[in-house]
Design a protein around this ligand. Structure first.
Ligand SMILES: Cc1cc2nc3c(=O)[nH]c(=O)nc-3n(C[C@H](O)[C@H](O)[C@H](O)COP(=O)(O)OP(=O)(O)OC[C@H]3O[C@@H](n4cnc5c(N)ncnc54)[C@H](O)[C@@H]3O)c2cc1C
Length: 381
């Protein structure tokens, strides 16, 4: 077992750290306040090749894989979680399934644009009536000659209003009792007739990231844009979430690390009872626990990323990483506000934003309860 990172990976982390500190962090509060999509930050990250970690070189990416991705993602999320989730979706939820399940024609048409960040991507599984029970989705896809015709509505689509290409899951077999077996995946361009974006949500946190609803009204998708085999869409959806959960776990650790950094700094500045608050044992325990839990989660993330990069089973490990990281980071954010006392509750201190941002990591790409189910299912089978 080797805990040393290669020189390439160290360089990616250093590059990410620099751009996060110098360009992404200074914009984060304004994006949050104004609900502004992180277009500028994404453009910069694309220039650095950060949209192409999961696309091979022949399709315009670096092919450096999930471990490289999580090293970069942690730094970006430490600075701005709205930018972090946009970057995570671009890599893990769009480029990755296209590369793993797409045919040569689909990869050539779409992967270079996504890997270079010229196009943004989105992943649309959730519907108003199907969240945790994703296989209960009812959006339909009917074959009509060389096209599929999609009808239905989707909600909670990250980057939905800005995406040029969306991976949309729909039921190609109308027999709802088939559940997962009747679902297929489609590559939908925003310009396809019958595709419409609905309203963007007003959220508690990650306010700069876009969360939209979508409407498919006789949306005509060329037959060549079926991703993978007909009826195998749910397998694609779940495999994609295994990777995505590693990204969201990383988002949690990035926000958690920002909480810890701010708390250590404040503990060395704020005095009460004639002492720095960092001299109180109660505060020291909080800092020590935050650091320990975040480090433990980070190791679970690295393990899951390495397994995925090596093509080994990692569903349980990805769920464990997300469960541990989101729990640790939410605790870290709560304690960070506590350590800051009253000012921790004020908009002008970033821990208030971290506290709102981190909450989502226990909800999307499978709630905490669903991660427990996934892990337990593997233990009991
Ligand atoms: C900001 C944001 C961005 C998102 N981005 C995307 C995206 O890009 N693409 C996409 O497809 N989706 C996206 N989602 C959707 C997200 O993945 C779902 O919200 C999530 O999976 C939960 O589904 P739900 O909201 O319908 O909750 P529900 O499934 O209705 O769950 C409600 C509660 O019941 C619990 N519960 C449900 N089933 C069980 C069970 N079997 N056992 C125990 N407890 C259970 C849940 O854990 C939760 O506590 C996003 C959501 C948000 C808020």
């Amino acid at each position: 077992m080797d805990f040393d990172l290669s020189e390439d990976l160290k360089m990616i982390r250093e590059t990410a750290r620099k751009v996060a500190d110098e360009e992404i962090a200074p914009r984060a509060a304004a994006l949050d306040e104004g609900k502004i999509f992180p277009a500028e930050s994404m453009k910069k990250l694309a220039e650095l090749g950060f949209c192409g970690f999961l696309a091979p070189e022949k399709y315009g990416g670096s092919g450096l894989g999930n471990l490289a991705l999580v090293l970069a993602l942690e730094e970006v999320n430490r600075a701005c979680a709205s930018t972090g989730v946009t970057l995570s979706v671009q890599n893990s939820l769009v480029a990755s399934p296209l590369n793993r399940f797409g045919n040569e024609d689909q990869k050539q048409r779409y992967l270079p644009k996504l890997a270079r960040g010229e196009w943004l991507g989105a992943y649309s599984l959730t519907e108003p009536g199907s969240g945790s029970d994703a296989a209960a989705l009812i959006t339909s896809a009917r074959r009509d000659g060389d096209f599929w015709v999609l009808n239905g509505s989707k909600n909670f689509v990250t980057t939905g209003s800005y995406a040029d290409l969306l991976i949309i899951f729909a039921r190609t077999n109308p027999d709802a009792s088939l559940k997962a077996k009747g679902v297929s995946a489609f590559l939908v361009e925003k310009t396809f007739p019958g595709f419409r974006v609905g309203k963007a949500e007003d959220k508690c946190g990650i306010r700069g990231s876009d969360t939209a609803s979508l409407f498919l009204e006789d949306c005509r998708v060329p037959a060549a844009n079926l991703l993978g085999q007909e009826g195998k869409g749910f397998t694609i959806a779940m495999d994609t979430l295994d990777g995505g959960r590693i990204g969201i776990a990383t988002q949690a650790v990035g926000i958690g690390q920002a909480c810890l950094d701010a708390s250590v700094k404040y503990s060395k500045e704020r005095k009460q009872f004639g002492k720095l608050i960092g001299e109180f044992e109660a505060i020291q325990w909080k800092l020590a626990e935050m650091a320990t839990e975040l480090d433990a989660a980070r190791l679970l993330i690295y393990r899951a990323a390495l397994l995925r990069d090596r093509g080994l089973p990692h569903t349980k490990e990805a769920a464990m990483a997300k469960l541990a990281a989101s729990t640790a980071a939410n605790r870290a954010a709560k304690e960070a506000v506590q350590i800051h006392g009253g000012v921790g509750y004020l908009r002008e201190f970033p821990v208030e934003r971290y506290f709102r941002d981190v909450r989502i990591t226990e909800l999307y790409e499978g709630t905490t309860e669903i991660q427990h189910l996934v892990i337990a299912r593997h233990l009991l089978r």
